[in-house]
Unconditional design. Structure first.
Length: 707
């Protein structure tokens, strides 16, 4: 084919002074706390409770709802899954349930309250998970919350009853198999109350919220089931989710509660003063709070649940009284209850959805053949980088729920260890990474069909980020970066402006980008891709009366050289999508194109010396690609050749495209099946194996699947 050298139709050199900021963002030590699993259960159960009814090494689960006289018992298995033991009728609905410690320090019975039945009582469980009523007591008002403790140190727990529609505070004790009520205070209402040692004398006292006076009230244990009110702390607004936990591990219990869109901690001390308060502002209203050392770093963390959005958010402890910014872990419709979940080899959080699902986030022990990761509400565009240039591939992705670029850095064992999150101006469909320099990476975020490009240069050793923004002269068709000799990136953009194809080359000079724009290169273009072989240029398909032509333009000494590579005239073309890259591993770009013409599909291969048409009926079980997210170019063996992969949404599979005889023929063997892929890449994620890594658009998680 002959080449025609033409002059540049319109040129302009634009110096774009980009937005630049240096900021510090926290590196959050997740220490493997990100493995995700889910299980289908019966719908309509709003609460979850851990117990061990079969007395084995694995924690079982109880599902219940205040509206139903039914429970579901789930037996825990050694692999972290559950077997449904049964659905059982109970005499009274369960509003809340707590384990009762007995003289041997074992939990064999469980105290419950039933608001609808105006009762409290004790349930026991058979080894099959069936609940049977031991005894109960009836009230003349409505109990809502329960707390248990051994207030007189006789080896058996009592339970404390409170509620916004309950008369005062009551303590229920067990005497000779009969439950007896002792009123601590009456003729007022305490929405919540907990046992805790406020006076540091070894005996449980009471902290309760008086909804009439809008105050937190302390009652000291006087012995003999007697309690004396000793202190009142006025609150700005009603509080809920009241707990007593030693948050800073100083051996003095602290008071933690939710107030508006905040979580507050009143710290205990040796003088029982409770004068130090910390407030953690939250993004969402915290309907339910739990605590635990979720990331196994020896500090107490906080997790909260927001019912309206179905958000599980975790606030990791930084030091004794400091916390990292909250991290969204789950967003699930109908999420209604969370608990700390501990079983053999498992440290995590379990949650239940009204829609009939149990979700568990737990500590990850290894990258297995198939593992799901959940950090973020809605992971979408995804890519990889190697922070230490040590062969341990890390993960970057965009959380489209809050428009953040999230990064997961893995340790030497391959376990996700540190989490970073950076706000973006917009959601993007593509992430390109400059992966050259160890410890310093640049992330280019953009969307095909739009103009904005956000660039984040992150220095992991200094924990700092430089944010830059540049605009394409037109809507982006393709974008590539290339590291130059002076260790900066040139940016190459194929764009459309007023239906005309153009090329933009941005070079970094003197703390700014100098942009050379080449406008009006071709009208009526189906698809275009950047080539950086020899000279920078474009490969594009142009509409013709009798079909379409594949063309190449190159920038040579500031002028455009144009070549026609191939003509397609098999029928009326309805769509073409092409991909340009080093398909033959010879450091030269080639193109593969997927063409729909008439009622037929075609694949063309062009290596610039020759071109070939392949009818798709010649390749069994192949589907066409029509967007960039379906294709990925990478290796599947260590130091192996790069291969092109294609995702088929029609049959939920990822296949490899093998080019035979320099592209005259192709084979497309299926690698694996994978449901719900939105974006994906293929990388070596363990010491021995390559994996398919993708965002699951239905389960809103990241799946790592061994190939």
């Amino acid at each position: 084919m002959t080449g025609l050298k033409i002059g540049l139709k319109k040129t302009s050199i634009l110096f774009i002074i980009f937005f630049l900021s240096k900021e510090i963002y926290p590196q959050i030590p997740i220490n493997g706390f990100c493995q995700f699993s889910s299980f289908n259960v019966d719908k309509g159960f709003s609460s979850i409770f851990p117990l061990n009814f079969n007395n084995d090494s694995y924690t079982d689960l109880l599902l219940y709802s205040p509206d139903q006289k039914e429970i579901v018992s789930l037996a825990g298995e050694k692999n972290g899954s559950f077997i449904k033991s049964g659905v059982y009728k109970v005499p009274y609905q369960i509003t809340s349930i707590k384990g009762l410690n007995e003289k041997d320090s074992k939990v064999k019975r469980y105290a419950f309250i039933s608001r609808q039945n105006m009762r409290a009582g004790i349930y026991s469980f058979t080894t099959g998970g069936r609940a049977y009523l031991t005894n109960s007591i009836k009230f003349n008002s409505y109990p809502e919350n329960i707390s248990t403790a051994d207030i007189n140190r006789n080896g058996n727990d009592e339970f404390l009853i409170s509620g916004s529609s309950f008369d005062g505070l009551s303590i229920i004790s067990q005497t000779g198999g009969i439950l007896k009520e002792k009123k601590i205070v009456s003729r007022t209402s305490y929405s919540e109350a907990v046992f805790t040692d406020l006076s540091n004398d070894g005996y449980p006292d009471i902290a309760a919220f008086d909804i009439i006076k809008n105050s937190l009230v302390f009652f000291y244990n006087q012995g003999g089931n007697k309690f004396k009110q000793v202190r009142t702390i006025k609150m700005d607004q009603p509080i809920h989710s009241l707990h007593a936990v030693d948050m800073n591990l100083d051996n003095y219990p602290d008071i933690i509660y939710a107030e508006g869109k905040s979580i507050n901690i009143i710290y205990g001390d040796f003088a029982s003063a409770y004068n130090t308060k910390a407030t953690i502002n939250t993004r969402f209203y915290p309907d339910q709070i739990i605590t635990g050392d979720f990331n196994h770093d020896g500090k107490i963390d906080i997790a909260y649940l927001n019912f309206k959005e179905g958000i599980l958010s975790i606030i990791f402890a930084k030091n004794d009284e400091g916390f990292y910014p909250e991290t969204i872990y789950l967003k699930k419709a109908g999420l209604h209850s969370i608990i700390p979940y501990y079983s053999k080899f498992i440290n995590g959080i379990a949650s239940v959805s009204l829609n009939g699902n149990i979700f568990i986030v737990k500590n990850m022990l290894s990258i297995s053949s198939n593992v799901d990761i959940s950090i973020g509400a809605n992971p979408s565009a995804i890519s990889s980088f190697d922070n230490g240039n040590n062969g341990i591939n890390d993960i970057c992705y965009i959380d489209s729920y809050n428009s953040n670029l999230d990064l997961i850095v893995r340790n030497f064992d391959g376990i996700p260890s540190t989490f970073y999150s950076y706000p973006l101006f917009d959601n993007y469909s593509d992430i390109l990474v400059d992966n050259v320099e160890s410890g310093v990476k640049s992330f280019y975020c953009f969307t095909r069909g739009k103009k904005l490009i956000e660039i984040l240069k992150i220095d992991f050793s200094k924990n700092s980020v430089e944010k830059n923004s540049v605009y394409s002269p037109g809507t982006i068709e393709d974008l590539k970066i290339q590291r130059t000799k002076n260790n900066f990136d040139n940016i190459y953009i194929a764009f459309k402006r007023k239906s005309m194809l153009g090329l933009c080359i941005m070079e970094y000079r003197d703390y700014r980008y100098a942009a050379a724009n080449y406008f009006d290169l071709a009208p009526d273009v189906y698809s275009a891709g950047i080539t950086l072989s020899n000279e920078p240029g474009l490969i594009y398909w142009k509409k013709e009366q009798s079909g379409a032509t594949l063309n190449k333009v190159s920038v040579v000494n500031g002028s455009i050289a144009s070549n026609k590579l191939f003509s397609f005239s098999e029928g009326t073309v309805s769509s073409i999508y092409s991909f340009t890259g080093d398909l033959f591993n010879n450091d030269k770009d080639a193109s593969i194109s997927f063409i729909q013409a008439g009622n037929k599909n075609y694949i063309t291969i062009t290596n610039y010396k020759s071109s070939y048409i392949i009818n798709t009926w010649e390749v069994p079980d192949v589907n066409m690609a029509d967007n960039a997210r379906q294709l990925f170019l990478g290796e599947t063996r260590y130091n192996g050749l790069k291969k092109l992969f294609i995702y088929s949404p029609e049959n939920n599979s990822v296949s490899r495209i093998d080019f035979i005889n320099k592209g005259k023929d192709i084979l497309i063997p299926r690698l694996t099946e994978a449901d719900n892929i939105e974006y994906y890449f293929i990388k070596k994620m363990s010491s021995r194996h390559y994996h398919l890594v993708y965002t699951d658009k239905i389960n809103n998680c990241i799946t790592i699947k061994q190939l």
